[in-house]
Design a protein around this ligand. Structure first.
Ligand SMILES: *Cc1c(COP(=O)(O)O)cnc(C)c1O
Length: 427
C-alpha cells in the first residue's frame, strides 16, 4: 500500500484493531502483566522476546500512541515520556556521559537550556551554545573530539527562530554525530525533520499534540538512519555489551532501527522511571486525532494576528516566521511552507507599562505560562515569569520589556483581533 498522508496517520496511525477488538485504543490501566511460567517472563527480562511485564518500562497504550507519533515523523521506533523535559534529557543522556560534550542551538526553550547548562553540566556533560544563524565556521569550531550530538529546535520557543535543519544535520554528520531536533512547535504536520537529515526527533506533547491543556507528556522518535556502528568508540553504550542487561549489544540485537529506543527504554526508563501514565497517553491520542485540523487553524490565526499587529500604530515590532519580511521568513518558506505555528511575539509601544496595561485589558486571551493550546493564551514575561529582572537584565536574557508572547488558539481570528484591538485602544 502506498504511504498514507499525514491527515490519515493522525487519525488512524499506530493502532489497527483486529476482528472484534475495541475501535478506540484501550487504556491498559495495569502496572503489571501476568505470565504462565517464569521462563516466559525471563525471556522478556532478557529482551529475548517482546512483551510487557511492568508499566515503568512499557505499556501497550503508550506504545500505540508512540507508534502513531513514530509514523507521523517517519521514524523506525519511538517511546513516550512523562514530559518534554524527560524526552530532552533521555535523548541526550542516552548517548552522552560524564566527560562528553554537546553542541546546542542557543535559541531553545528555557527549561531545556536550564537542563543542559545547569543540571546536566553537574552530571559532567558540557554544552557549547551556538546561534542558529551562526556561520559555518563558527558551527564547525564548536565541535570537539568528545562531542556526541547536536541539538536544536525547528521553531525556537519563545524566540521563534527557524533552524536551518539541513545545515545543522550536515555539520553534525561531518563530525560523526547525530542531530537531535525538538519539533514541538512545528509538529510533524508542518515539518518532518527526519526528511531534512535529523536523526532523533523529540516532542513536548504537552503543546500542540495534546493541544487541550489536558496532560503533560513527551516523546522520542528515532529515524533509524544514524549508523552508530561506524563510530563504536564514540557510542560504546550502543555498540558494546550492556552488562546491566546480560551483555546485550543494542546495535547487534535490535539493528539501527531499534537500538536507540530499546537502550533508552531498557536503561533510562528502567532507572529514571519517567513513564507517561496510560490515561494521559489516551488523552494525548485524542489530541493527535485532530492535530492536522487544529495546527492548520492555529497557523491561520497566527498569520492573521501577525498581519494585524504589523500594521497597528501602537505595536513597535512583530516576530512571526510565516510573516513576509520576518528575519526567518525564507527559512520558514523552505522548512514550513504550509505554516509555522500559532505563536506570535510582538512589542507594545511604550514599553513595560504599556504592555502591562495591554495584558490587563484583554478579555478573550487568558494570561498563562502555557502555549499551543486550543484556547488563546498570552504572557508578558517582564511582568510575570521574569518580573524580578530590570530592563538591563531582561535585555541580557534576550527579552525586551515590551515583549508579549501571544499563542493563538483555534477560535475565530476575527474575535482574537477584536480582543487585541480593544486592548491596544486602552494603552
Ligand atoms: C514546553 C516545551 C518543552 C518542555 O516540555 P514539558 O512537557 O513542559 O516538560 C520542551 N521543548 C519545547 C520547545 C517546549 O515548548
Amino acid at each position: 500500500m502506498s504511504e498514507r498522508k499525514i491527515d490519515t496517520k493522525c487519525v488512524q496511525g499506530g493502532y489497527t484493531p483486529k476482528n472484534g477488538e475495541p475501535r478506540q485504543i484501550p487504556i491498559i490501566q495495569s502496572t503489571t502483566f501476568k505470565y504462565d511460567t517464569s521462563e516466559d517472563m525471563g525471556k522478556l527480562f532478557d529482551l529475548e522476546a517482546s512483551g510487557y511485564f511492568y508499566t515503568r518500562l512499557q505499556n501497550p497504550t503508550n506504545d500505540y500512541v508512540a507508534a502513531k507519533i513514530c509514523e507521523l515523523e517517519g521514524g523506525t521506533a519511538a517511546m513516550l515520556t512523562s514530559s518534554g523535559q524527560a524526552a530532552s534529557f533521555f535523548s541526550v543522556f542516552n548517548i552522552a556521559s560524564a566527560g562528553d560534550h554537546i553542541v546546542s542551538s542557543s535559541t531553545i526553550y528555557g527549561g531545556t537550556y536550564n537542563l543542559f547548562a545547569v543540571t546536566m553540566k553537574r552530571m559532567g556533560i558540557e554544552f557549547t551554545f551556538v546561534k542558529p544563524d551562526c556561520s559555518d565556521e563558527e558551527l564547525n569550531a564548536a565541535f570537539r573530539s568528545n562531542t556526541k550530538a547536536v541539538f536544536g529546535e525547528t521553531i525556537a520557543n519563545p524566540a521563534l527562530a527557524v533552524l536551518d535543519i539541513e545545515r545543522f544535520a550536515n555539520a553534525a554528520h561531518s563530525h560523526g554525530v547525530p542531530l537531535i531536533i525538538d519539533n514541538t512547535f512545528a509538529t510533524p504536520v508542518n515539518c518532518r525533520p527526519i526528511e531534512w537529515g535529523a536523526d532523533i526527533v523529540i516532542h513536548s506533547t504537552t503543546k500542540y499534540m495534546d493541544g487541550h491543556g489536558a496532560g503533560v507528556g513527551g516523546c522520542i522518535v528515532d529515524s533509524g538512519k544514524f549508523d552508530w556502528t561506524k563510530y563504536p568508540d564514540k557510542f560504546p553504550g550502543l555498540c558494546t555489551p550492556d552488562e546491566s542487561y546480560h551483555g546485550i549489544t543494542y546495535t547487534e540485537k535490535f539493528g539501527l532501527a531499534g537500538a536507540f529506543i530499546t537502550k533508552a527504554t531498557a536503561q533510562l526508563m528502567r532507572d529514571f522511571g519517567s513513564i507517561q501514565s496510560p490515561q494521559n497517553a489516551f488523552l494525548l491520542n485524542l489530541g493527535l486525532e485532530s492535530l492536522h485540523l487544529r495546527v492548520k487553524k492555529h497557523c491561520e490565526n497566527g498569520l492573521a494576528v501577525a498581519k494585524f499587529l504589523k500594521n497597528h500604530p501602537k505595536v513597535s515590532w512583530v516576530t512571526f516566521p510565516s510573516l513576509e519580511g520576518d528575519k526567518y521568513y525564507s527559512l520558514a518558506q523552505k522548512y514550513l511552507p504550509n505554516g509555522s505555528c500559532g505563536v506570535v511575539s510582538f512589542g507594545v509601544s511604550g514599553g513595560r507599562a504599556a504592555a502591562e496595561k495591554f495584558m490587563k485589558s484583554l478579555r478573550l486571551a487568558a494570561i498563562e505560562t502555557h502555549v499551543a493550546d486550543a484556547r488563546t493564551c498570552c504572557l508578558h514575561p517582564a511582568s510575570a515569569t521574569h518580573r524580578q529582572m530590570n530592563d538591563r537584565e531582561l535585555a541580557a536574557a534576550g527579552i525586551s520589556p515590551d515583549l508579549v508572547r501571544f499563542s493563538c488558539g483555534i477560535e475565530s481570528s476575527d474575535d482574537l483581533i477584536a480582543d487585541i484591538a480593544q486592548a491596544l485602544e486602552k494603552v
